[in-house]
Design a protein around this ligand. Structure first.
Ligand code: TXA
Ligand code: MG
Length: 355
């Protein structure tokens, strides 16, 4: 299949391109487009065949449900049932924006879209191009991140092209996205709300609106042992898969800056002696502490927004090199930092060493 690639300038997309994207989606095709979090791969959420195409284009396991994107707050009523007062409060406060809410699904939402679940995840993006595309399609749009399953989510159009060119009908190039990591997911379908995936909208921000919420174990797990209890099943099925994984073997090191930089420098030297190339993920403040290896800063330690913005791009850039090992510092675990650490720990396959 030849993929049509169209450029949209500064959130402004040509009328003809918008009409074409809308028509492709209505007819059951796939269009990748930017959102404020990461690029999404869209299909008509009410068309089970179209949703099915998402799974094959991404190589995604069929039990991993899709998030439905809407352009107007009222569209939620076509999709979700039993919307609580607390959920309404979250919608009013955080929509449009990077918060996904899980509800009980309406019958008309096909199980192909929800991965067989009776619940449905809904989000109203704030990105103007995403909004205009959904409006142009005139239907709710199921959209996972526009990457091949298991790879870091795309934050630049090159990432989408690398993973999906030739596999989908259209890609809208809206430049680099703002936030850089996927939306926060909160389950509001049960009595007690529970955060299933951390993101830009933090627990504190949510609790200010609706009081105490629970956090799924998968969010805070620091080691694979934390999740090995047989009775434990993550509520967001996607969280159980090894995600965001770079090709090289990634390990994180936690401890004082002195200990971490020394440990990483020693390991890189050992690798060099063995003829292996190593990469280092560090921060602006520690960049000067390293001597050899492919050294990359993800931004300032004090600015989680920048780290989130750069993270996936840094991981993907390593895939273009021949490094076999990547050593990374850990990052502050508060607010957005929790989402950053959650994604990094998963990328590292839970290999976090204390030094
Ligand atoms: O920021 C985002 O949310 C991006 C952009 C494109 O909007 N989308 C995204 O989708 O990250 P995806 O498919 O990569 O991740 C969706 C996550 C998965 O972990 C999935 O298991 C969970 O949402 N999910 C979807 N429906 C669910 C449901 N009914 N119950 C629990 N988890 C659900
Ligand atoms: Mg994804």
């Amino acid at each position: 299949m030849k993929t049509i690639i169209k450029r949209a300038n500064n959130d402004d997309i040509k009328k003809d391109d918008l009409a074409e994207a809308g028509e492709i989606l209505r007819k059951g095709g796939l269009v990748a487009f930017p959102t404020e979090t990461v690029y999404g791969l869209g299909a008509n959420a009410f068309d089970s065949e179209a949703s099915g195409k998402i799974y094959s284009a991404k190589g995604r396991p069929s039990d991993n449900p899709l998030i439905i994107h809407i352009a107007d707050i009222n569209m939620v009523n076509d999709i979700a049932e039993n919307i609580s007062i607390e959920a309404k409060r979250l919608m009013e406060k955080f929509w449009p924006g990077p918060l996904t809410i899980v509800f009980k699904k309406k019958e008309k939402v096909p199980y192909e879209t929800t991965g067989g679940l009776d619940t449905v995840a809904v989000r109203m993006p704030s990105h103007q191009i995403a909004r205009k595309i959904i409006e142009s399609a005139g239907v709710p749009i199921a959209a996972p991140s526009a990457n091949k399953s298991g790879r870091p989510s795309p934050t630049k159009v090159e990432h989408v092209i690398d993973d999906l060119n030739g596999r989908i009908e259209m890609i809208i190039d809206g430049g680099q996205v703002g936030i850089g990591i996927e939306s926060t997911i909160i389950d509001m379908s049960d009595k007690t709300p529970m955060i299933l995936r951390p993101g830009f909208i933090t627990k504190t921000m949510i609790e200010e609106e609706i009081g105490t919420v629970l956090v799924d174990k998968v969010v805070t797990a620091r080691s694979i042992n934390d999740l090995e209890d047989e009775s434990y099943v993550p509520k967001a099925p996607g969280m159980k898969y090894r995600h965001y994984a770079p090709k090289a073997d990634l390990t994180m090191f936690e401890g004082s800056i002195e200990n971490v930089t020394k440990k990483i420098n020693d390991l890189v030297l050992q690798d060099i002696k063995q003829g292996k190339k190593a990469g280092i993920i560090c921060t602006d403040e520690t960049l000067h502490c390293y001597n050899s290896g492919l050294i990359v800063s993800v931004g300032s330690r004090d600015n989680n927004d920048t780290i989130a913005h750069n993270l996936y791009s840094v991981l993907r850039d390593f895939d273009k090199t021949d490094v076999e090992k990547i050593y990374s510092e850990t990052f502050f675990d508060s607010n957005l930092g929790q989402a950053i650490m959650n994604r990094m720990i998963k990328a590292a396959g839970y290999k976090v060493e204390k030094v």
